[in-house]
Every structure is written in structure tokens, then in C-alpha cells.
Write a protein that binds this ligand. Structure first.
Ligand code: PGA
Length: 233
């Protein structure tokens, strides 16, 4: 079983959500398909498809204007939540500490956090990918509970470029060893950043790659369904 997780970011409307979820309903796959939707699309019919959110407050309730708590997400039947996506780390200045607190809040509400890590282009060019990713993992994961790690090199997101197969394998191996060091070697580690139907099959079958996180190509069934079909289970 591989994870195929869509990240709609700030895109889509109710009709488009209904259309995609309905089309997924008829796909026969043993892969675990999850669509992470904007908050306003988390209500309504899910057509039996697992849905996720894209952020969660680290707080339980109270005076946090604009934030959404774990208890609120649970009411919308959310099973997964992205935390620390690079766009949140960049635009909203989320640090590893904040990401860890959010992941902890998710676990307390029985929501599985998908903790995103990844190096910038500058960090890659300076040869610092492994040390940066390792530090992000160690500082962002909660003390206990189950979670997923998503490796998303920032320079690959939305750019139509991906690391080579060897690069992805090397980083995923580093993440695996880092997790083994804290006795979390069973944690799924998925890859994200410019995944499409052309590269999904190859990337998903690399060593230590347990699935994919897909942005743009998850918005429409004609780009998402071929990805799901191309991944061996
Ligand atoms: P992309 O986005 O597939 O459009 O590159 C991936 C992500 O940011 O999760």
C-alpha cells in the first residue's frame, strides 16, 4: 500500500471538490488516497473518500482569530492534516517548534499529521540537504504517536522539476535512518514536489518511498487518476 495524498492548497470550490471526490469513488485501488482540502471545503459529502486539512492550530480553543482546532477538524471527519508545509513555514513563519506543537495537537485529536520537511535551493546548492532535512525531522516530530513525514524539496514544489531518483533515494534513506534513531522506523515517508503521471510510478517505487504528496496534479481527476493507477500497490 502506498499513500497518494493530494494537497489542494488555496484552490477549488464545492463543485470541483464534489466532482473529484465522486470520480475517486469509482477507482479500485489498494493505495491510501487522501485529499487535503481548504477549510471551507471540509464540510459536505465526502463520497466515502478520506479527507485531510492543510493546517491545525496548536491550541485547543480560545482567542486565536482565524485558526481552526483539532476538535473542529474532527467534526468535519478529517483524518489527516498537513503540518509545516513549506508554504506555511515560508509565508507564515512556522518554525520547527510550531510544527511540532501542531503535530502534537493533531495526534491528541486522533488526526494523523503529515509533517513536511525539505531544503531550499540555497541549502541544496551549499551541499546541506541531508543536515537540514535531518534537523527538520528531529525538531518537528512529536514525542509520541503516529505520523507521516513528507519530504518536499522547496525548489521542486510547483516548478516542474524533481530531484533525480538517486537524490530522492538518498534523502529518504537519511530520513529513515533518522527515524530509526528515535525508534520510529515504521513511519511512512512520502515524496512531494512536481509529481505527475509521468514520474509518479518511478518515484513511488524507489526504496524508502511510501507514497506521494501531490499539489497541482491532484486538482483534477484527469491528472490525479492516472497517478493512482500508475502506482504499484
Ligand atoms: P506540486 O505541489 O505537486 O504542485 O509541486 C506539491 C506540494 O506542495 O505539496
Amino acid at each position: 500500500m502506498k499513500y497518494v495524498i493530494g494537497n489542494w492548497k488555496m484552490n477549488g470550490n464545492m463543485a470541483e471538490k464534489d466532482s473529484l471526490l465522486k470520480s475517486l469513488k469509482n477507482v479500485r485501488t489498494d493505495n491510501k488516497v487522501v485529499i487535503c482540502l481548504p477549510f471551507t471545503l471540509l464540510c459536505g459529502n465526502t463520497f466515502g473518500i478520506t479527507i485531510g486539512a492543510q493546517d491545525i492550530s496548536e491550541h485547543t480553543n480560545g482567542a486565536y482569530t482565524g485558526d481552526i482546532s483539532g476538535a473542529m477538524l474532527i467534526e468535519s471527519d478529517v483524518k489527516y492534516v498537513l503540518v509545516g508545509h513549506s508554504e506555511r513555514r515560508f509565508y507564515h513563519h512556522e518554525t520547527n517548534d510550531i510544527v511540532k506543537a501542531k503535530a502534537t495537537a493533531a495526534i491528541q485529536n486522533k488526526i494523523i499529521p503529515i509533517i513536511c520537511v525539505g531544503e531550499t535551493a540555497d541549502e541544496k546548492n551549499a551541499g546541506r540537504t541531508m543536515s537540514v532535512v535531518k534537523k527538520m525531522v528531529l525538531e518537528s516530530v512529536p514525542k509520541s504517536g503516529n505520523y507521516i513525514i513528507a519530504y518536499e524539496p522547496r525548489w521542486a514544489i510547483g516548478k516542474g522539476v524533481t530531484p533525480s531518483a538517486n537524490e530522492i533515494t538518498a534523502v529518504h534513506e537519511t530520513i529513515f535512518k533518522t527515524l530509526r534513531g528515535i525508534k520510529k522506523e515504521n513511519t511512512p515517508v512520502i515524496y512531494g514536489g512536481s509529481v505527475d503521471a509521468g514520474n509518479a510510478g518511478t518515484i513511488a517505487n524507489l526504496p524508502h518511498v511510501d507514497g506521494l504528496l501531490i499539489g497541482r496534479a491532484s486538482l483534477k481527476s484527469d491528472t490525479l487518476l492516472p497517478i493512482i493507477k500508475t502506482i504499484k500497490e
